[in-house]
Design a protein around this ligand. Sequence first.
Ligand code: NAD
Ligand code: MG
Length: 388
Amino acid sequence: MKRLAILGSTGSIGTQALDVVAAHPEMFEVEVLSAHSNSALLVQQAQRFNPNAIVVTDNSKYQEVKDALSHLPIKVFSGAEALNDVVQWDTVDTVLAAIVGFAGLSSTLAAINAGKRVALANKETLVVAGELVMQLAQEKKVEIIPVDSEHSAIFQCLVGENPNNIEKVILTASGGPFLGRKPNYLVNVKASHALQHPNWTMGAKITIDSATLMNKGLEMIEAKWLFGLQNDQIEVIVHPQSIVHSLVQFTDSSVKAQMGLPDMKLPIQYAIAYPHRIHNDFKRFSFRDFAKLTFEQPDYKTFRNLALAKEAMYRGGNSPCVLNAANEVVVHSFLQNKVSFIEMSDIIEKAIEHVAFVEHPTLEDYKHSDAEARIYATELVKQSQLSY
Ligand code: NAD
Ligand code: MG
């Protein structure tokens, strides 16, 4: 029996994780659930899964949630700080970090600090502070099991392998809804269009990141820290069918890939059940449905966010943190039609130039860089014609 704390339970990953839990009541028990502001769904989930505690990080929703659950023995907490406490409880075995963005960093660090196994969906945690996070995990002998499908694929390819035998990893990218498009097309695209991902249904932020290819850039940085790689050991290939989830090439030239239909429930299940593989009734992949699997080079010139993320990875220090913060601001603004698709890259690039470079940042430095990048990017968003 694994006792789970699911942080971000009302999101795309969180709800799919609860589907997995519901299908295997003999394996999983829900100890903690958390959400930011979707109080109605959080209450519904609490009633169904009967956790020991829930956290609603948006304080203004506390009373409503508390009242709705007053007849049940479920502890209700509010505020971001509460997350850092509940993940440390003895009754929690595994923490599924499924909050989106920088907001997920602190609770992930708290979980690692308390020696909990972490199933990590929140890639921004590693983008911002990968070095610190992995150092702490090593110190505390904590295993971080990736939920991101590409990283789950690499992780699965590495089972039974000596990590020293990795020559390179190849991350696959679907290419998103604008694959093959050029800048003259992208100038006019709107959020509603970018939100239509061809293969995956996900939260709004990662869906926009997939359209700009920032998602793949963030995943390069995520892979670097997760698997202890050098920058030049990480490649990206566009694979529009999203069947090959990623590959590892070894020093003897052998290449391993992990494949399957695109369904996040599989990497979620793998991460929370690890080291066990559990039977399920997910739809099976068949070559009959996929006569052709195709691969092509990414277009770094058109999808500048991918190039910016790669540059930030090579530059190191606080650059990925600044990139991430500026990206969170512009994605939020793009979703509100306050900034254009193309301007997102301009603003991220300027933010990286603007915020002072710190080569070996502490956690405080990261918080500072994040805040500074957000303020600056927000200023630049206000200067966009679309903001008026
Ligand atoms: P989502 O927007 O659907 O859900 C986010 C969850 O986090 C919600 O439960 C929300 O209440 C909570 N949350 C949001 N802001 C918060 C804050 N400030 N404080 C506390 N909680 C907050 O996002 P998602 O698509 O489920 O993605 C979650 C994470 O998983 C992201 O880091 C994303 O990159 C990663 N991921 C998602 C997918 C996917 O298929 N959705 C795939 C790979 C990786
Ligand atoms: Mg991914």
